[in-house]
Design a protein around this ligand. Structure first.
Ligand code: PEP
Ligand code: MG
Length: 325
């Protein structure tokens, strides 16, 4: 099978009925970069910048961050890289930044919350990214956004750094794309404001599922208890895709869901045209995609999601569809 997948590396990810889907990979360290070429991914859809912080014993300085981002971009050889700003806290522990003990770290002082409360830290990171991407495209996205106002606040910090750098004659990125992760359910009731605020939205299905179903993603006792291909979650994802279309904002997904061929199939059926996954999943997902008739699947999936009577999980429909095609 591995050989078979490797043979697909240079094959365009296009479905049987001609729909192009961007297949990107998730990464966080330099050792991940060779996989970009080996997997044939279209780029890095999620670069977890906190990993540099997690493996260090002291806080990486601005120059170290810049050097690191520069090597990532150099090794990506022109393929797009989406850098997520620090997602520290919750399940991502940085030993030298431990604050007060929290009873519920997943719901605590983390990610964008921590970044906005420590603007010096965030500005250093944004400056390092801007400098590393001078003359190139810079894609930045914010983790754990709960209210659209947080995006505004982060954008102001970014603008300050842009102004600062241009005042001192530094060359800036040629293009700047600013996005937000959608992984907190409160954004579902701010979808249009959100879509208007950013260039792209990336669904973090790991956390969105955790917070929607109230199940700890790290607790094996409950993490698989509810179905991420069940009606509630697929309806949420469908609403996000629709909001993206309505507002002409790019929507992508970078959680583990994209790594499983069956759930990746569901995502494409719902209208996702870009997904990001672990690099080893690119081959299997591409193999699925090449044989997929999206139009037929979408129609069946739409009907299942509109059905108010059935309590069967759409997973069953997806399994039947996969077996029949
Ligand atoms: C997610 O929550 O789905 C996600 C992609 O981010 P992380 O797994 O790093 O929390
Ligand atoms: Mg997350």
């Amino acid at each position: 099978r591995q050989e078979q997948f490797r043979a697909l590396r240079d094959v365009e990810p296009v479905t049987k009925d001609g729909v192009r889907v961007d297949l990107k990979m998730n990464a966080g360290l330099l050792v991940d970069l060779p996989q970009l070429e080996e997997s044939g991914a279209d780029g890095i859809g999620l670069f977890r910048t906190e990993l540099q912080f997690m493996i260090a014993s002291t806080m990486p300085k601005g120059e170290e961050q810049e050097a690191f981002y520069r090597s990532v971009l150099r090794n990506a050889k022109g393929k797009p890289v989406t850098f997520r700003t620090l997602d520290i806290g919750g399940d991502k522990v940085v030993s030298y930044m431990r604050g007060q003990e929290e009873e519920n770290p997943a719901l605590g002082w983390r990610a964008i919350r921590l970044s906005l409360d420590r603007p010096g830290l965030m500005r250093t990171q944004l400056r390092s990214l801007l400098r590393a991407a001078s003359g190139a495209e810079l894609r930045v996205m914010l983790p754990m956004i709960t209210e659209v106002s947080e995006i505004r606040a982060a954008r102001e910090l970014l603008q300050k750094e842009v102004q600062h750098l241009s005042k001192f004659g530094h060359s800036l990125p040629r293009k700047l794309q600013f996005g937000a992760m959608l992984e907190v359910p409160s954004l579902m009731w701010q979808l249009d404001e959100l879509m208007q605020e950013v260039d792209f939205v990336s669904v973090g299905s790991n956390d969105l599922f955790q917070f929607t179903m109230a199940v700890d993603r790290g607790n094996a006792r409950v993490s698989d208890r509810f179905d991420n291909l069940g009606k509630p979650f697929l309806r949420i994802l469908r609403d996000i895709v629709r909001a993206g279309i309505r507002n002409n904002t790019k929507v992508t997904l970078c959680g583990e869901m994209a790594s499983k061929p069956l759930s990746a199939m569901a995502l494409i059926g719902l209208g996702f045209r870009s997904v990001s996954m672990s690099p080893t999943a690119i081959g299997p997902v591409k193999a699925m995609l090449l044989g997929l008739d999206v139009a037929t699947l979408s129609e069946a999936l739409e009907a299942a999601l509109d059905d108010q009577k059935s309590v069967e999980s759409p997973r069953q429909l997806l399994l039947r569809f996969a077996a029949a095609h």
